[in-house]
Write a protein of this length. Structure first.
Length: 570
């Protein structure tokens, strides 16, 4: 249907009525956009817009074309999204239609699967921030933080930028600036007290993350730190979940242990930040920023004299109200270079900065329940390469590495995951790289129960650390079972966790310095039994250095006791 023409027929002499009609119809369609588009890459109806959106952007332009005069449609159908003028004119169209969420999605969303032309995409993104800063009308500014959240509540639009192996400080700082422009309410500042002076009593500390309310990687990273510091500080933790809603064995354990110290925040963000401010905390630790929309928006508020983040999302926040980023000298490049990756003041602990419990003790009740290879239909003489990771960690470069590993090893089988949706283009690309004769040796698993997943880790000959965004919890899991992990460290925190663990253990044999070396090490460790056993013995001997590291607790304690208000406070 030509909706613009229909609006003329209905309201030919009333421009305001015509605009209202178009805006109402456009909002109705956009709220149900999955019903109006055909997505060849994946099932749009059953997958989150997080994964679908990049595949339907052109279709949305074509839908939008039916809401504008016919003489302009050919121009927009060119879909010249790299052209700044095209984007400016399309922004004008969307502003006239006034459905704000599509503006946020179209101009801020970063792709998961299109790994080509990253630098062009990133340039476009920075230009988009400028477009919104300069041309988004003040009449459409968000009145409250909740209005902004409700416009895009389910997806952190820049989440995937962290998987691009680039320095994201400039992008994330500009994103924060843009959000604070179109939603001035983000500038909220309400600090109830000055920072408690050193030696003048226990400091009041709040660890916050939505991911602390269920069994997540963020919870496992911070569990030991939170529980071990309770006697030293007036320590609280919290999320937006009622304590009765907390699910998972680990999260329930923490809730029971710190029941009187758990804070359930009001679901309304305006009320939540007032609630936090009223607690008069000295320090707030945001355990991750960038993974969850609600928590990320909350981090824009100044609610305590000192506000900290750390490597839950393994990325700088770009937000001016976050003062410090806690990391480790084991995980970062040289401090002066690493600091250029962060908008916060980078604090490098000499420890690993986490008190990490062995997964086998934390997550399993009985190792005897594990299945054997035979139980799973796998022969003992096969070489099992484990890489059961979220598919958005499988970059195009890493696909090449995986394909070469399997091509070089006729006895090799690769375990992967399709718990997150795989688009058809990526699947076709992987099939092409592996070749028909080899791709059948890739075994895809759906979302797995923890016990079965750890069973697969223990049955693997080697774990393949993704590149460039590597694993952290997955490497801890492998080392817990003495399974070697191949890794190729990058310049950025999110690609250096496994390397840092190896440095702490004093093991360098499994660290590659090139894709070719990665393939060579992976193939060698499964075929050279003497080499493999030597690596396993080293891991078994030294892994105690990376689990339940007391030095991490000492450094967290010292830092929280002695940190001062950052001069660059906002």
């Amino acid at each position: 249907m030509d909706i613009y023409q229909k609006s003329l027929e209905l309201h030919s002499n009333d421009k305001q009525a015509q605009d209202t009609y178009l805006q109402t119809q456009y909002e109705k369609i956009m709220k149900n956009m999955k019903l109006y588009v055909v997505c060849k890459e994946m099932n749009a109806q059953f997958n989150s817009m997080t994964y679908v959106f990049e595949h339907i952007k052109y279709a949305l332009v074509e839908i939008t074309n039916t809401f504008i005069p016919e003489q302009d449609r050919e121009y927009f159908s060119k879909y010249d999204i790299t052209d700044l003028q095209w984007r400016k004119r399309f922004l004008d169209v969307l502003i006239n239609l006034k459905y704000v969420p599509i503006i946020l999605w179209f101009f801020f969303y970063t792709n998961y699967y299109n790994h080509n032309d990253l630098d062009v995409q990133r340039k476009n993104l920075l230009e988009n921030f400028e477009l919104i800063n300069n041309f988004y009308p003040k009449t459409m500014y968000f009145k409250t933080i909740d209005d902004l959240f409700n416009a895009c509540p389910l997806t952190s639009l820049l989440f995937s930028v962290s998987y691009q192996n680039r320095n994201n400080k400039r992008i994330l700082e500009n994103y924060a600036k843009t959000l604070r422009t179109i939603c001035p309410d983000l500038e909220y500042q309400r600090v109830q007290k000055q920072l408690t002076p050193v030696g003048k009593g226990k400091r009041k500390v709040f660890f916050f993350s939505e991911f602390l309310a269920f069994d997540s990687s963020v919870l496992r990273d911070r569990l030991g730190v939170i529980t071990q510091l309770t006697s030293k500080f007036d320590l609280y933790y919290g999320s937006f979940h009622n304590i009765d809603e907390i699910k998972g064995n680990i999260s329930k354990f923490l809730a029971k242990k710190l029941k009187d110290k758990y804070l359930c925040l009001p679901s309304n963000l305006v009320e939540a930040r007032n609630f936090i401010s009223n607690q008069a905390f000295d320090i707030i630790v945001f355990c991750e920023i960038g993974m969850n929309v609600k928590g990320t928006l909350l981090a824009h508020s100044r609610m305590a004299p000192v506000q900290i983040t750390t490597w839950g999302h393994s990325e700088t926040s770009g937000i001016p109200t976050i003062d410090y980023f806690i990391s480790s000298q084991y995980f970062e490049v040289k401090e002066d270079v690493a600091q250029t990756h962060y908008s916060e003041e980078l604090v490098l602990f000499k420890s690993l900065s986490t008190y990490y419990y062995p997964p086998s003790k934390l997550l399993l009740t009985n190792l005897n329940n594990f299945k054997t290879r035979k139980d799973l239909g796998l022969d003992d003489d096969l070489h099992i390469y484990g890489c059961v990771q979220s598919i958005f960690k499988i970059s195009s470069d890493f696909e090449d590495i995986l394909a070469n590993i399997i091509k070089n090893d006729p006895k090799g089988y690769l375990m992967m995951s399709y718990a997150k949706p795989i688009c058809q283009s990526q699947m076709n690309r992987m099939k092409s790289k592996f070749g028909d004769d080899n791709f059948h040796r890739v075994i895809f698993y759906p979302a797995l129960e923890t016990e079965f997943y750890l069973n697969l880790v223990k049955l693997s000959d080697v774990i393949l650390d993704p590149y460039p965004f590597g694993g952290c919890n997955t490497s801890y899991e492998a080392f817990d079972f003495n399974i070697p992990v191949v890794t190729l460290p990058t310049k950025f925190l999110n690609g250096r966790f496994t390397f840092g663990m190896y440095k702490k253990m004093g093991i360098i044999d499994m660290v590659a310095d090139s894709p070719e070396k990665y393939v060579e090490i992976a193939n060698r460790v499964v075929s050279d039994k003497i080499f493999c056993e030597n690596i396993k013995e080293k891991i078994q001997k030294y892994k105690a250095l990376i689990f339940q590291e007391k030095e991490s607790i000492d450094e967290w304690g010292y830092f929280l006791e002695n940190v001062s208000v950052r001069k660059k406070n906002n």
